[in-house]
Design a protein around this ligand. Structure first.
Ligand code: SF4
Length: 385
């Protein structure tokens, strides 16, 4: 017809070269250099892997509930756990679980200095978090006592600035808790502690706005090399909080900022850990383990993808399975995703096909119970469970 001016091969070579040269300009992840500190057995900062932490949600004084929650947090693979210590009773409860858990503990202290002193004197935690917004309430003498004890025990301090409890004079000066206000508060308090001769610190500057959080950490990281605990505070519910956290933490990490992360959700702590791990995996900062992919479903869907994927993922997380699993509604993208994953299921016609090692191996009925059961049985068997 005379329409064709280049051969398919010529177009392919042209495209290949364009993609090759464009790939060279894609920014590679470069982590900002920070000091390294030790939170118990977990290193934070420097070249240490980025750790995932969460915070317990039960009253600390309820020892049984606290221990159960920390064990669940450990089981799901968190690196560090933070526990609020609002009073002496909580410190006593903490002392009862201290030897029963393997994960490093950060004691979260606000207002009253007595729990901080007890935590440090009795070696109840691997790190202590203080909130600069409360230091005026604590009083500088008590801060000095806390710093002196931390120094003697070589326990790091996290200077944890939060948008909800910024010092009043700084808030007044800026009119609202701007990124600059957060930085000023953090830096001032870091310098107060440095002035007491202590440098074993990490810092957080959290806002409930993802945008302000990003700006605050970028500003602070350009003027300080203390390791940074990053996250959006009071991020919200499962869906909204996950979105805000993933955007802020993801962007900061991509820009090389952040040494330990916490996703703050109005949801159980184990969910915060899972979201945190997924953020690191998504950026290639942690190996993907137990990955469940699922298609979004559409009019072509042949099986109950949502139910099966939920069920399979729940078990994969609960049992700590390592395999990747694809749950796919039909043959459009199903075979392709199942080829990439260790295991897969694809809806088609009157049955569903289970893939093993990228190959279609087994036909099962279309009921979600049957599919989930069989798929999990095969995955568990392959991992010797
Ligand atoms: S895999 Fe099939 S069912 Fe799932 S979204 Fe794609 S076309 Fe729809």
């Amino acid at each position: 017809m005379g329409l064709v001016s280049k051969s398919e091969n010529e177009i392919f070579e042209e495209v290949e070269e364009l993609v090759r040269s464009a790939s060279l300009s894609v920014r590679r992840f470069q982590r900002r250099k920070t000091r390294k500190i030790n939170v118990g057995k977990v290193q934070v900062g420097g070249d240490a892997p980025i750790s995932v932490q969460t915070m317990t949600k039960n009253p600390t004084e309820d020892t049984d509930a606290l221990l159960k929650e920390v064990k669940e947090i450990e089981d799901v693979g968190a690196d560090i756990v933070r526990i609020s210590v609002p009073d002496e009773k909580s410190a006593i409860s903490l002392s009862k679980i201290r030897d029963k858990v393997k994960i490093p503990i950060v004691a979260d202290i606000h207002f009253g200095p007595k729990p901080a002193i007890k935590v440090l004197e009795d070696n109840l935690a691997d790190c202590i978090r203080i909130n600069p917004g409360n230091i005026k309430v604590i009083g500088i003498d008590y801060l000095e006592r806390i710093v002196d004890l931390a120094k003697k025990k070589n326990i790091p301090i996290r200077v944890g600035v939060n948008v909800g409890s910024l010092e009043k004079p700084i808030l007044k000066k800026y009119g609202r808790p701007t990124p600059q206000a957060l930085c000023e508060s953090a830096l001032f308090n870091v310098k107060l502690i440095e002035n007491m001769g202590y440098y074993n610190m990490k810092v957080s500057l959290k806002s409930s706005s993802a945008y302000d959080t990003i700006c605050a950490y970028l500003i602070f990281s350009s003027i300080s090399d203390y390791p940074l605990h990053i996250g959006v505070t009071e991020a919200g519910t499962r869906i909204s909080g996950t979105a805000r956290s993933a955007v802020a933490i993801g962007i900061l990490l991509w820009l090389g900022v952040g040494d330990t992360i916490r996703v703050s959700l109005a949801a159980p702590a184990v969910e915060e850990v899972i979201v945190g791990k997924r953020i690191l995996e998504s950026l290639g900062l942690r190996d993907e383990e137990g990955k469940v992919v699922a298609c979004p479903t559409c009019a072509r869907t042949q099986i109950d993808v949502m139910k099966i994927a939920e069920e399979v993922e729940k078990e994969v997380i609960r049992l700590g399975l390592k395999s990747s699993v694809a749950v796919m509604g039909c043959v459009v993208n199903g075979p392709g995703e199942s080829y990439i994953a260790d295991f897969g299921v694809v809806g088609g016609g009157s049955s569903a096909i289970i893939y093993i090692g990228g190959e279609p191996r087994l036909k099962v009925g279309k009921s979600s119970e049957e599919i989930s059961k069989k798929l999990l049985e095969i995955v568990k068997q392959s991992e010797g469970r």
